[in-house]
Design a protein around this ligand. Structure first.
Ligand code: UD1
Length: 369
């Protein structure tokens, strides 16, 4: 009997660049695929623009679940995804990262006995207040194949009692997309549009609930930016969650008065890669950006108390500075004074991760026959 299709799940912005290279590799191997978008992110600039920039086809299935509380969003994905699985009898599902769509689809797969592969497995911040940490722990405990990006991830999984046979270290698939698109990103006109000069600005992204949903923390970060802006222009592409909180907290005036701030909406993939590649530093609370800056050798300050990606600190260009005003300012000063050490690119972050994953998936499907 012919094996059923592989369902590739995407839901939120950081998922798209992790699925695009795998979709390509599976296509080359003539594997039947269903590209499924849960609709967790739905705005054009949080979703469609990434499909265009990454050359991904329109999703075969769009669940349109939209925003909601964690329970509602996760439950809505589960209900819809179960129907799709029952209808299509997939040979495998593939989930990526740590968003609500990831855990929802992994749970459905496990209950239906559909083999599930998790890409970007094993990362742990050890901070259960982060919704993503809960998603990671649950997904890894029930997925069948755990594709990890780094040795620390393997170690975390072993400590949780996961058998060696489920752990496959393949490297970082997001770096495949980065390497594939870095040349194309040079055609972006974003620097001209924002009137910024190469290597003369910092990029800032903020969207973690722990930073933007709590006014006190948000204001501490703003105080740091008021000082940093005097030293270097700050480009701030704003996530919708952050924009909502700024409106709610009445912080619009304060944000636009930060010296040399360049405010803009969420950027597309190619524009964003152009922005970070041309920056002299990145300030962020994103997970993926810690990895992209390490791969590009751009200094990164992480505005969080911890990271699930310690390799970016030990080997790469990342430094954890938290949300304390003074630590952010001194982190920036260190970079501006040239005191920050340059990093190295971790093993297997080589642009070939999707090939390794596709080979394993094909072997797995063939072994089911
Ligand atoms: C989600 C992920 C987070 C990831 C981030 C990347 C979870 C638990 N969180 O967080 O891990 O780092 O995506 O962006 O899955 N909104 C829009 N338009 C959209 C999407 C969201 O306006 O297209 C607004 C809505 O007001 C929504 C809010 O943003 O309520 C938050 O969206 P949600 O998907 O719940 O979480 P993110 O903060 O985006």
């Amino acid at each position: 009997m012919k094996p059923g299709p592989v369902i590739l799940v995407v839901g939120a912005r950081p998922n798209f660049m992790k699925i695009a290279p795998l979709y390509e590799e599976l296509k080359k191997r003539n594997v039947a695929q269903i590209l499924l978008h849960t609709g967790q992110h739905y705005d054009e600039n949080m979703s469609q623009v990434f499909f265009d920039d990454l050359g991904m086809p329109k999703p075969d299935v769009y669940l349109g679940v939209g925003s909601g509380s964690h329970a509602r969003q996760t439950a809505n994905v589960m209900v819809e995804f179960e129907d799709i699985c029952l209808k299509n009898n997939p040979s495998m599902t593939v989930v990526v990262g740590d968003v609500n769509s990831t855990v929802a689809c992994a749970l459905v797969s496990a209950k239906l006995w559909i083999p599930c592969a998790h890409i970007e497995s094993g990362l742990r911040s050890f901070d259960r207040k982060m919704p993503e940490e809960i998603n990671r722990i649950i997904t890894d405990s029930i997925a069948d194949i755990l594709f990890t990006p780094s040795p620390d991830a393997d170690e975390n999984l072993r400590k949780e009692g996961i058998s060696e046979s489920r752990i496959k270290r393949v490297g970082n698939i997001m770096i495949d997309s980065l390497m594939k698109n870095i040349e194309r990103s040079r055609e972006s006109t974003v620097h001209k549009e924002l009137e910024i000069l190469n290597k003369e600005y910092a990029v800032l992204t903020l969207h973690r609930p722990s930073n933007v949903d709590e006014k006190e923390t948000f204001v501490r970060i703003l105080s740091a930016l008021e000082s940093v802006g005097k030293e270097i222009p700050i480009v701030f592409p704003m996530h919708p969650r952050t924009k909502n909180r700024i409106d709610e907290f009445g912080l619009n005036g304060r944000i636009s008065n930060i010296p040399n701030i360049v405010l803009t909406g969420p950027a597309g993939y190619l524009d964003f890669v152009a922005l970070i590649a041309g920056s002299s530093m990145v300030l962020t609370d994103s997970g993926g950006l810690q990895e992209e800056t390490t791969a590009l050798g751009i200094p990164c300050l992480t505005l969080r108390e911890n990271t699930e990606r310690p390799i970016t600190v030990h080997q790469g260009t990342n430094k954890i500075v938290g949300s304390n005003t003074e630590s952010i300012i001194s982190g920036v000063e260190e970079i501006l004074s040239g005191r920050k050490e340059s990093g190295q690119i971790p093993e297997l972050w080589d642009g070939m991760t999707a090939i390794r994953i596709a080979d394993i998936i094909v072997d797995e499907i063939n072994s089911q026959e």
